[in-house]
Design a binder for this molecule. Structure first.
Ligand code: GDL
Length: 460
């Protein structure tokens, strides 16, 4: 890796989600994309690799070590930096030297496998210390800084110039505002953590719609260094019904000059990460201007060949519609937003007032339903498997809408209630979770209250 490793802007991928880690083949494909598109860093931290978090003290058994070793070598052969992360925070004892020795043991094993760059993650852990730790360290930030500095010094002796990263316990604006980690946590990190260590930040939220230059400047002053962005924009581990293939957006192109790097923690389903990584790479390569929609359209043209089917070919318009339905966490893509508005506008009116636009909306609905069904014909089966369960649900809804609009526009059905044999209670939108979801209702302002209370207050 480059001599002045410490100065390089990091761009790339975090395998850092909850859920099944990627397979060897999936990682190889991600690396080949990264290599082709100029992303320089692969960050290994899948929450559910048992040795990453729950059993962080135990080294890998031989076969597991071989898998990680292969990944490290594969990164290096492609000129991609590999960073290994451990999350000891669930049960670490900050003033127990045997825990630090355990970490050194883990790092030593990884160094033998060729790893040089490391990270200690303290995200998603209890922000408490034991009484004896409080007595010694006073606050969590000091305890974590001391531990991280010791490990950084240990690694630096053996791998001079290697990158070392740290994820704070409050890693976004909302957590900081809530006082997670205790008062002055970030300022303490700023003053006590070795200045050569990079500090992660996910933006104002865990999943941040935007990350502004002003917020970043304030943070930089507190941390006494520019942050490293851990971007969860395309992460979907928190909602298995969705995935995101919209463009990298909500980040001014000048943000690149204000941070140490941008690493994205994308969808669990690797075949669905093409757009997340392609558009991040385009953003990293962009000059003074950044047009997310143009990057999206260009990315889709590159993605389209993967949608080869056994029968009717998928057009760029088809793929745009599909991708617009699964765009970004806070936003539908343009064609999906239009379709939703058309459907909602129609259903908001009494069917007796519907005119020819009902037929137009119905045709749009049928088109999306048929498109979803045609995905079963994809030649790339991993891509179909990744899409299948999510898109199934969309198809069901389109099918129901088609049947409903068809029923109510048929004058012979006047006065009759609509039923669908394909949408029966209990097997359609069924199960405990949807029933639980219906009990607490969330308003657009984010407030949540009991459905029954809402009804009685509203007099319904
Ligand atoms: C998180 C976790 C991350 C997870 C993501 C999205 C960080 C630093 N940690 O809070 O592992 O995938 O949210 O659910 O982001």
């Amino acid at each position: 890796m480059a001599e002045r490793d410490a100065d390089q802007f990091l761009s790339g991928v975090i395998e850092g989600f909850y859920g099944p880690p990627w397979s060897v083949l999936e990682r190889e494909e991600v690396l080949s994309w990264m290599q082709a598109w100029g992303l320089n860093t692969y960050f290994y931290g899948p929450k559910d690799d048992l040795h990453h978090r729950i059993f962080w003290r135990s080294p890998y058994a031989e076969a597991e070590a071989a898998v990680v070793g292969h990944l490290i070598q594969s990164c290096h052969s492609r000129g991609i930096r590999f960073i290994y992360a451990i999350g000891p925070g669930l049960d670490t004892r900050y003033n127990d030297s045997s825990d630090r020795e355990a970490l050194k043991g883990r790092f030593a094993q990884l160094m033998e496998l060729g790893c040089r760059n490391f990270c200690l993650l303290f995200d998603d852990i209890p922000d408490r210390m034991r009484p004896e730790e409080i007595e010694r360290w006073d606050n969590l930030a000091s305890a974590q800084s001391a531990m991280t500095n010791e490990l950084f010094a240990w690694v630096s002796e053996r791998a001079p110039g290697a990158r070392f990263l740290f994820c704070p316990t409050p890693y976004c604006g909302r957590m900081e505002a809530a006082g997670l980690g205790g008062p002055g946590y970030l300022e303490t990190i700023g003053s006590e953590l070795d200045p050569a260590i990079d500090v992660f930040w996910t933006g104002p939220e865990i999943i941040s719609r935007s990350i502004t230059l002003d917020e970043t400047e304030v943070l930089t002053a507190k941390l006494r260094r520019r942050p490293m962005i851990w971007d969860n924009l395309h992460a979907n581990d928190y909602d298995g019904r969705r995935f995101y293939c919209g463009p990298y957006s909500g980040r001014d192109v000048r943000l690149k000059d204000r941070v140490k790097g941008i690493l994205t923690n994308p969808n669990n389903e690797m075949p669905l990460d093409f757009m997340a990584l392609r558009t991040l790479a385009a953003y990293v390569a962009a000059g003074d201007s950044w047009d997310p929609r143009a990057a999206f359209e260009a990315g889709l043209r590159e993605w389209l060949p993967r949608f080869e089917t056994v029968h009717q070919p998928m057009s760029i318009e088809d793929l745009t519609l599909l991708a617009d339905c699964y765009y970004l966490p806070h936003q539908d893509g343009a064609t999906a937003a239009r379709l939703f508005a058309d459907i909602a506008g129609l259903l908001a009116r009494d069917p007796s007032e519907w005119g020819p636009e009902a037929g137009v909306v119905r045709a749009e609905v049928q088109r999306l339903r048929d498109l979803c069904a045609r995905l079963a014909e994809l030649k790339c089966r991993p891509l179909f498997h990744a899409l299948s369960r999510r898109v199934w649900e969309l198809r069901e809804e389109m099918d129901l809408l088609d049947r409903y609009i068809g029923f109510v526009t048929d004058p012979t059905n006047a006065g009759r209630a609509f039923h669908s044999d394909f949408h029966l209670t209990e097997t359609y939108r069924g199960g405990l979770v949807p029933r639980l979801q219906a009990l607490l209702v969330q308003s657009p302002d984010g407030s949540i209250r009991s459905r029954d209370l809402t009804r009685s207050k509203g007099g319904a």
